[in-house]
Design a protein around this ligand. Structure first.
Ligand code: AGP
Length: 609
């Protein structure tokens, strides 16, 4: 995610642009920049770091002009740096663009442009758009934009300036948000409402495929074929703080609901065009390279560690490579037996967790090859690892990790399928069915998120318990661990997860009348055993809420409540089963009046030992 702003009117553009970007920093803060028409030319000022760095740079030298655009970046392609900061321009600076999203085919387009003599300054996918505008400009800015949009593939919110046509800004979007604020003698453009709410509450919410030409007195919207589109004014009735959370009460809930998009973005460019196979050509892994990898270590902390536990199942069962999963703070001190025939996968949303970074350095010291799975481009872990696969979840603000977790899962599952095909350990039809299943997950999650009333009831009914137990076997056990962590870290209920088969070895002593037990029963191959464990706790009068697959019409007789998730391949159900657990924790925390986004004693990124 990135934050985009635009201004066209009679006042100086810079103050609105800078203020609007500050309201959008939750969408990204790796770098910031503005472009303003100043004395007939487009002046660009940008720098790496948070918006304050740009403000300091411009303190006594603000660009003067009444038309401009701005951008605060969340890096996806090209690490945070001055030259990768937006806005981007073509070589002579006549065409300037800010972009939020991913241009999937930018490499092909860039190669063709370089062959025509275009010189690129950045490593980003976005810069290619500015050069395409130059290459195709025929005196009509709107027509040029349409030509360029027919060439690019991927997701975008795009805002363009053209030096030859200084009295307008053009903007468009596909799969990323964009709004236009309607003022008097001035108009505003932004990725999100928080940036404009102080200026106007009258907005046009842009839809995919709409192209808007914005002047200080008009907004003209058309589609790519030139058909005019009449827009209804949307009156914003949120307050500024609510607007930053997209109307959600907390960032955590917003990020739970962002999961379908986060998963789609993370899969973008990693499934072949025919939709049949996984494509990690970004890694340049070959069969030979993997032939001598005889062990994988997955190392992480907290939620990322729980994701790594599922990674073990994926790599062992689909790619037939032995896997050890370690908590980073343990791994780094246990002198693991590692050599150059090992691959150590480091999982970290922030890419800055101290123990995880130290574990990565230890793995490298011992000769292991290393791969990082992280959500932050250019983070310490991303820079230290031999190779990186990014999740594209966008900034995760809430301390409790949700969308980062599910995007980590999907990256590891895709990697395991990919390695399974490289090593020929995964039958083609199984790989195909998994890829088909992967593509269905975002919509399945979306459906789950539309039906949460029952979860709210349970959270209220059991939210004042002091203890809660989460049970599961096989992949369900790894998901149970994650569910328990969500519950304990934001509701402060003493929630513990156990391998269901482990209960009789001690924990059963803690099961007393009325204690809530969340039992995951989505894994067919251990279903009967899980039912037995459920009966063990029911015999001690526990209250059992089961997470089960749609169509399971027998589990109801063993438990007090059932939350169903769509039936899917066993390797995919963790992506679905975790949803009710995230929401149960969220609503339980609300019931208990906890600070959901900033729970006590915790930090979003633990950069100390
Ligand atoms: C998860 O909800 C917690 N906030 C915490 O366990 C977190 O997953 C852990 O600190 C690891 O963070 P990282 O993924 O940024 O390395």
């Amino acid at each position: 995610m990135c934050g985009i702003v635009g201004y066209i009117g009679e006042k100086q553009a810079a103050p609105f642009l800078l203020d609007g970007m500050s309201k959008l920093e939750y969408r990204g803060y790796d770098s910031a920049g503005i472009a303003i028409f100043e004395r007939g030319k487009i002046r660009i000022e940008k720098c790496v770091g948070r918006l304050d760095a740009l403000k300091q740079k411009l303190a006594s030298n603000l660009p003067e002009g009444t038309v401009g655009i701005g951008h605060t970046r969340w890096a996806t392609h090209g690490r945070p740096s001055d030259r990768n900061a937006h806005p981007h321009a073509n070589s002579n600076g006549d065409f300037v663009v800010v972009h939020n999203g991913i241009i999937e085919n930018y490499l092909v387009l860039k190669e063709a442009l370089v062959e025509k003599g275009h010189q690129f300054l950045s490593e980003t996918d976005s810069e290619v758009v500015a050069h395409l505008l130059e290459e195709n400009y025929d005196g009509d800015f709107e027509e040029t934009v349409k030509k360029v949009l027919r060439m690019i593939e991927g997701s975008y919110s795009l805002v363009f300036l053209c030096a030859q046509e200084p009295n307008k800004i053009i903007c468009t979007k596909k799969d990323n948000p964009l709004v236009i604020g309607l003022g008097q003698g001035e108009n505003f453009i932004a990725s999100d409402i928080p940036a404009i709410i102080a200026k106007t509450r009258r907005t046009y919410i842009m839809n995919d495929g709409e192209i808007a030409t914005v002047t200080k007195d008009s907004v003209w919207v058309q589609d790519i074929n030139g058909t005019p589109i009449s827009k209804k004014v949307f009156e914003v009735n949120w307050n500024a703080e609510a607007a930053e959370k997209g109307g959600f009460e907390h960032f955590m809930l917003k990020e739970i609901y962002e999961q379908p998009k986060a998963l789609r973005d993370t899969m973008t460019g990693r499934v072949t065009k025919d939709g049949k196979r996984i494509d990690f050509s970004e890694l340049n892994w070959t069969a030979e390279e993997f032939a001598d990898i005889n062990k994988i270590f997955i190392v992480a902390c907290g939620t990322s560690y729980h994701a790594g536990m599922l990674g073990k199942y994926y790599f062992e069962q689909l790619a037939r490579v032995p896997v050890e999963v370690d908590i980073a703070s343990e791994f780094r001190y246990r002198s693991p037996i590692i050599d150059s025939n090992c691959l150590t996968i480091i999982v970290s949303q922030s890419g800055e967790t101290s123990d995880t970074l130290a574990a990565l350095k230890e793995a490298r010291r011992l000769g292991s090859r290393t791969l990082a799975i992280t959500n932050v481009v250019g983070s310490s872990i991303a820079r230290e690892a031999d190779q990186v696969v990014y999740t594209y979840a966008g900034p995760e603000i809430a301390v409790a990790s949700t969308k980062a977790y599910t995007t980590q899962l999907i990256v590891m599952l895709m990697l395991a399928i990919y390695v399974g095909e490289i090593k020929a350990t995964l039958p083609e039809e199984k790989a195909l069915s998994l890829v088909q299943g992967l593509k269905a997950v975002p919509e399945q999650i979306h459906t789950l998120l539309e039906n949460i009333e029952q979860l709210k009831v349970f959270a209220t009914q059991y939210g004042n318990s002091q203890d809660a137990f989460y049970l599961g076997r096989s992949l369900d056990y790894a998901v149970a661990l994650e569910g328990a962590l969500k519950m304990k870290e934001i509701s402060y209920i003493h929630a513990e997860a156990y391998a269901a088969g482990e209960l009789k070895h001690g924990t059963l002593a803690l099961i007393v009348e009325g204690v809530p037990v969340i039992a995951l029963a989505t894994q067919d191959d251990v279903y009967d055993k899980t039912i037995s464990n459920i009966q063990e706790v029911k015999a001690r009068d526990a209250v059992v809420i089961a997470i089960a697959l749609e169509g399971d019409d027998s589990i109801g007789k063993y438990v007090d409540h059932v939350i169903f998730v769509p039936r899917a391949d066993k390797y995919l159900t963790p992506l679905l089963a975790v949803l009710p657990l995230q929401l149960l924790a969220y609503y339980a925390a609300l019931t208990r009046g906890c600070d959901v986004d900033k729970p006590r004693n915790l930090a979003k990124s633990v950069t100390v030992e």
